[in-house]
Design a protein around this ligand. Structure first.
Ligand code: 13P
Ligand code: SF4
Length: 305
């Protein structure tokens, strides 16, 4: 079968079975093309609450499928590849955060959405990379415990100097591996290009950026900008998608190593297997976890607009 054959079969079956396919922007182009909706984590979590289909396939990582399940508990939610986890989401568990909360009882606990459902049950509000500054700024408490990404947390703190933001040591192993020297070298190699970075990068990299934002934010910025050249400081699939969309512009990679192998675990054939009911994992969650964990996602949606 060719890629086109597999795509056509997926499109035929998803219509026949009324299945909705959500794909995070870090998925490969062949998957993006057959998805009903694509976007960053914030866009996908808002969409998850709205889609009508009884079955949703999430092409992304586990916490994203869990978010869909929490927002639509009556739907059948399938993670396209059960091995696709986000290492950052697994870095802190509920027990650790419960013990940290004892030390900081007056702090509002803000969890990046890249966390497990179990961890969300002990947090106050979720944020995504595109909503973090807006939501933390709107919290009616200047004492914030921001978990698990200390780089996103440091970025939020830099934008909101009036908040007292406590960070723990966590983060995305893919974005945090890029060094400030690499950012400096990329700018020197492409002096006419703007550097667009995800806030999961370390502050030393963010300092060189012309724009800092979520995956969708970066794509939107590159599309609207009058500039012709960009260095992309997030997962490398974004540079590839942008190059398809804007062939007249030029997109360079900040680092060849900015590849999330978990996001890349899903293949087009996995998606076909899920639709046929042969592969994938149905997300199961008990009612209590859903009720407790979704409170902070609902709060995020309420505060994020
Ligand atoms: P976005 O919030 O930009 O979608 O990012 C999700 C993610 O996992 C980034 O590494
Ligand atoms: Fe997790 Fe980083 Fe991959 Fe995003 S890029 S899914 S934060 S490991």
């Amino acid at each position: 079968m060719t890629i086109k054959d597999v795509q056509e079969e997926i499109i035929r079956l998803k219509k026949e079975k009324d299945i909705c396919i959500l794909a995070h922007s870090y998925q490969t182009h062949d998957i993006i093309e057959i998805a009903d909706y694509t976007g960053d984590s914030y866009a996908l979590s808002k969409l998850a609450a709205k889609v009508n289909s009884k079955t949703v396939i999430m092409c992304g990582v586990r916490f994203m499928a869990e978010t869909v399940k929490m927002l639509s508990p009556d739907k059948k939610v399938i993670l396209s590849n059960p091995d696709a986890g986000c290492p950052m989401a697994e870095q802190m568990d509920r027990e650790l955060i419960q013990s940290v909360k004892l030390k900081y009882p007056e702090h509002t606990v803000v969890a990046y959405i890249n966390t497990t459902a179990a961890l969300k049950t002990v947090c106050d509000v979720c944020v995504t990379s595109s909503s973090a500054v807006k939501i933390v700024s709107a919290i009616d408490n200047d004492k914030i415990l921001f978990i698990p990404d200390c780089n996103l947390g440091a970025y939020v703190a830099s934008k909101l100097p009036d908040k007292n933001i406590k960070l723990l040591k966590g983060g995305c192993p893919v974005h945090a591996a890029v060094t400030a020297d690499e950012a400096k070298a990329a700018k020197q190699a492409h002096p006419g290009a703007e550097l667009l970075v995800h806030p999961e990068c370390i502050p030393g990299v963010v300092a060189y950026a012309d724009y800092v934002g979520s995956t969708s934010g970066i794509m939107e910025y590159a599309g609207k900008s009058d500039k012709k050249e960009f260095i992309i400081g997030t997962e490398n699939s974004i540079a590839a998608h942008l190059q398809y969309e804007y062939p007249e512009k030029k997109f360079y990679l900040l680092s060849k190593d900015l590849v999330c192998h978990n996001m890349k675990a899903t293949t087009l054939v996995d998606v076909l297997g899920c639709i046929k009911g042969d592969t994938g994992e149905e997300i199961k969650m008990d009612d209590e976890t859903i009720a407790l964990a979704r409170k902070c996602i609902d709060k995020m949606i309420e505060m994020g607009g």
